[in-house]
Design a protein around this ligand. Structure first.
Ligand SMILES: C[S@@+](CC[C@H](N)C(=O)[O-])C[C@H]1O[C@@H](n2cnc3c(N)ncnc32)[C@H](O)[C@@H]1O
Length: 306
């Protein structure tokens, strides 16, 4: 059981037992097309398979973790405290891309991380190190982009932020060794998954109400058409003999039930809004095509609890 490295919106650590309860007795390869922080993947430590996310900087991060863990750690060790003064030897020591004055090291790091979306040349290892640095030092620790794809979370308040995370990086690197990492739309899994495989879908949740706005993980939003496309992909996988487990918000209950999936409301109330006075409570569903008879009795979670 490995801990996720990044904190990510919609992280599924609190749902793990419910997901494991639906695992089939056995499966060949494991696929996770909406990876984010990869809470289930890292807990499960699958022997092989594929992961994917639409966010290119997130995907670059996991490739660096898999292929260059020690270089990544070295870069992270070279970074300074977020409240420090800017480093005059690095780019963006005084102004960001928009000509706005930079006052401290955190905002300098943020401007450097935003080289890619603003069309500057960037280094993939440095970008990956910056992603983890910002994740550990920004407000609420959550990834947020503006409409240009620029990361825009402000500095957080941490007594002693630890952005190096040697142990988690080394362990995650080991788990990722036999995993293919994709950066695209979730539908790649139609080609990647074969009969006998298992797919876990954790898409951006369909909002419960028109005002809820918690599906903007990246500049590509995930709309109702994407939700319908996802249902079709899940059905096609089922027809190909692939086991599918999916989590989503309660509004998707009927759609999955009508399509023949076994659907349960988890009733989990998740805090999805960083504003503590305005936390929406969300019904969560877990849908699967794995029949009760075909399920294992608990999977890895039960074994580690033993
Ligand atoms: C709910 S999060 C996944 C959370 C993850 N299970 C965890 O434990 O942290 C959804 C992810 O889907 C990604 N995404 C959005 N649209 C996508 C698409 N069309 N195809 C693949 N991934 C997409 C987002 O970038 C985000 O990381």
């Amino acid at each position: 059981m490995v801990q996720p490295i990044l904190k990510w919106a919609g992280g599924k650590r609190q749902l793990l037992d419910e997901l494991y309860a639906r695992f089939p007795e056995s499966y060949d390869h494991y696929h996770e097309p909406f990876f984010g922080g990869g809470a289930l993947f890292f807990d499960l430590e699958p022997a092989n398979g594929t992961i994917n996310d639409a966010n290119s900087r997130l995907v670059n991060f996991y490739k660096q973790v898999r292929d260059n863990p020690e270089e990544l750690i070295e870069q992270l060790e070279s970074f300074d405290d977020p409240e420090s003064d800017v480093d005059p030897y690095h780019e963006f020591a005084h102004e960001n891309h928009k000509g706005k004055e930079i006052k401290n090291y955190f905002y300098q790091q943020r401007a450097r991380f935003n080289k890619r979306p603003y069309g500057y040349e960037y280094d993939t290892l440095e970008e990956a190190a910056l992603l983890l640095y910002l994740n550990r030092t920004c407000y609420n620790g959550l990834y947020r982009e503006n409409s240009n794809g620029g990361f825009n979370a402000p500095i957080g308040r941490y007594a002693n932020p630890d952005w190096v995370q040697r142990d988690r990086i080394r362990k995650a690197s080991r788990v990722l060794q036999n995993t293919e990492i994709y950066n695209g739309d979730f539908d790649y899994v139609l080609d990647a998954a074969e009969e006998g495989d298992l797919v876990y879908f954790d898409p951006p949740y369909e909002p419960m109400s028109p005002t809820a706005n918690f599906n903007d993980y990246s500049q590509e939003g995930f709309d109702r058409d994407d939700q319908e496309r996802l249902l079709e992909v899940a059905q096609e996988l089922g027809e190909n003999g692939v086991s599918v487990i999916l989590s989503n918000s309660g509004v998707m209950y009927d759609l999955y039930e009508e399509a023949g999936f076994e659907v349960d409301i988890e009733g989990a109330t998740r805090a999805i809004n960083s504003d503590a006075t305005n936390r929406d409570e969300v019904d969560e569903i877990v849908a699967t095509n794995v029949s009760e008879q075909a399920r294992s009795e608990g999977g890895q979670q039960a074994i580690t609890d033993f």
